[in-house]
Design a protein around this ligand. Structure first.
Ligand SMILES: Cc1cc2nc3c(=O)[nH]c(=O)nc-3n(C[C@H](O)[C@H](O)[C@H](O)COP(=O)(O)O)c2cc1C
Length: 251
């Protein structure tokens, strides 16, 4: 029988806060904080997104969105509008204020470290060609990571363990643990896991408000997803994903 590693993995979630040596953290040693956002080539063209103030706010109440929320794995073939995509991105990682040390966003984050990046595999969004993009939260814009080739769809499906679900867009969140560990040392793993839940829950609720659906995906292939995104799997790695599409009225 294979060794049961549950207990040892759970150690990352169960520890005493007082055991963190805050005199030895990277922050305490005055090491430069990792950037608030993963840098991108400044020569690369950006897709500017409509600002949140310009987006029509849906009428559904928060309580109704909570009551309607469920995991949706069937979608109509419709495209998302750019406004809808912008709303979903702003609700999940949108920056409300920032200075050089930290950003405050639409989701909470331990110590406001916000140690995620959002990648987007877009198949059907009005006005944006298919491609693998990254949301630049500080700029509220998209940067094209790469155009898609014929093999990408099958590779993503494999990385999702066959859970492509025919969505218009796929949100893929990665963690950059140094951004969190700089202040919180080994507590980074737990704080990252807690933070990820807020992000995806906001996506569920924002989706309901605009007649879209989503489904949290945790059962993916780590190595294949990191390779799909071109990540080293250590300094940055995939943690969570979610397909998004207009709700299929028959589902
Ligand atoms: C952390 C997490 C990981 C999940 N991973 C998957 C997944 O890989 N595939 C899937 O189809 N659903 C996944 N789900 C969705 C759950 O199956 C779903 O939330 C659960 O069955 C309850 O259904 P509801 O969301 O409609 O209430 C995940 C949900 C969470 C919170």
């Amino acid at each position: 029988m294979p060794e049961d590693r549950t207990e040892s993995y759970l150690e990352g979630l169960r520890f005493e806060w007082k055991d963190i040596d805050f005199s030895a953290t990277a922050q305490a040693r005055k090491l430069a904080a990792p950037p608030l956002e993963k840098p991108y080539g400044k020569d690369r063209p950006l897709v500017r997104l409509p600002p949140i103030e310009a987006i029509e706010k849906p009428g559904l109440s928060l309580v109704d969105a909570i009551l309607a929320r469920k995991s949706r794995r069937k979608f109509s073939g419709e495209a998302l509008s750019l406004q809808e995509l912008a709303l979903l991105l702003y609700c999940t990682q949108g920056v409300k204020s920032q200075n050089e040390r930290r950003s405050l966003r639409t989701v909470p984050s331990g110590g406001a470290r916000h140690a995620f990046e959002t990648y987007l595999y877009l198949e059907r969004v009005d006005g944006i060609g298919p491609g693998l993009y990254r949301y630049l939260a500080l700029e509220h814009a998209l940067v094209l990571e790469r155009e898609l080739d014929g093999a990408d769809r099958a590779s993503l499906d494999e990385a999702l363990n066959g859970q492509l679900y025919g969505a218009a867009a796929y949100f893929i969140w990665t963690a950059l643990p140094e951004r969190m560990a700089w202040r919180y040392s080994f507590a980074a793993a737990k704080l990252l896991a807690l933070d990820a839940g807020h992000v995806c829950q906001n996506l569920y609720l924002a989706c309901e408000a605009i007649a879209c659906g989503t489904c949290a995906i945790g059962a993916y292939d780590q190595a294949k997803m990191d390779a799909f995104l071109g990540l080293d799997g250590r300094l940055e790695f995939a943690v969570y994903m979610a397909p998004v599409g207009k709700i299929d009225p028959t589902s």
